[in-house]
Write a protein that binds this ligand. Structure first.
Ligand code: C5P
Length: 209
């Protein structure tokens, strides 16, 4: 079973993916962290050719063997990752890694191009939508940021870059189910998504009979 979750910055992809992974025992793959780790490597002065990003069995992201999972969510890496994500050679490497991880496993993978590019045959594709203002509020409270206007601007600039890049731009797959999350609690979104996965399990069973 492959579940793809895409959507713009701070739309709640990680929280939803984590809940689905916990509920069904699937492996959680946070692909944004991989782009962030590449950006961190560049910030540290490494050459792209000397940057090796991997994921271990616990889902932790390693940069040249070092577990960097907990230092990837900074405003600097928000922008750095989305800049590096426009580079074809970076996408090629990371998409290959993501497909290898998904091979033969039950996964829930979240990002921007999972339903469109990485796992086009995913069993369930979800695209999360929320207004930029709502997302800025969520992000600011999560990171204890007080300048909502700055958080909002940062989100808008990242979304624009992600939507307008030439390769694998952010947009919903044709067969994705779009969930609008404004005015919905995480619990509501999670139960909608879980119902979709369960429905898919069910139809899978019927098809096999
Ligand atoms: O999801 P997250 O905010 O951690 O992603 C960081 C950046 O990585 C995004 O703004 C986007 O530019 C890039 N990304 C991507 N494709 C993915 C996941 C993330 O281009 N599948």
């Amino acid at each position: 079973m492959q579940v793809a979750i895409d959507g713009p910055a701070a739309s709640g992809k990680t929280s939803l993916a984590r809940a689905i992974a916990a509920r069904f025992g699937f492996m959680l793959v946070e692909t944004g962290k991989m782009y962030r780790a590449v950006a961190l490597g560049l910030d540290r002065g490494l050459d792209l050719a000397a940057i090796h990003v991997t994921m271990n069995d616990a889902g932790r992201i390693l940069l040249n063997g070092e577990d960097v999972s907990d230092i990837l969510h900074t405003p600097q890496l928000d922008q750095g990752s989305s800049r590096v994500a426009t580079r074809p050679e970076v996408r090629e490497l990371l998409v290959r890694l993501q497909r290898e991880i998904a091979q033969g496993r039950d996964v829930v993978m979240e990002g921007r191009d999972i339903g469109t590019v990485v796992l086009p045959n995913a069993d369930v594709k979800i695209f999360l939508e929320a207004s930029a203002e709502e997302r800025a509020h969520r992000r600011a409270s999560e990171r204890h940021e007080t300048r909502i206007d700055e958080t909002l601007q940062a989100i808008i600039s990242r979304d624009t870059r992600d939507q307008t890049r030439t390769i694998a731009p952010l947009n919903p797959a044709k067969d994705a189910i779009i969930i609008h999350t404004d005015n919905k609690s995480l619990a509501e979104v999670v139960s909608e998504a879980i119902a979709l996965v369960e429905e898919r399990f069910h139809t899978g069973d019927t098809a096999a009979k």
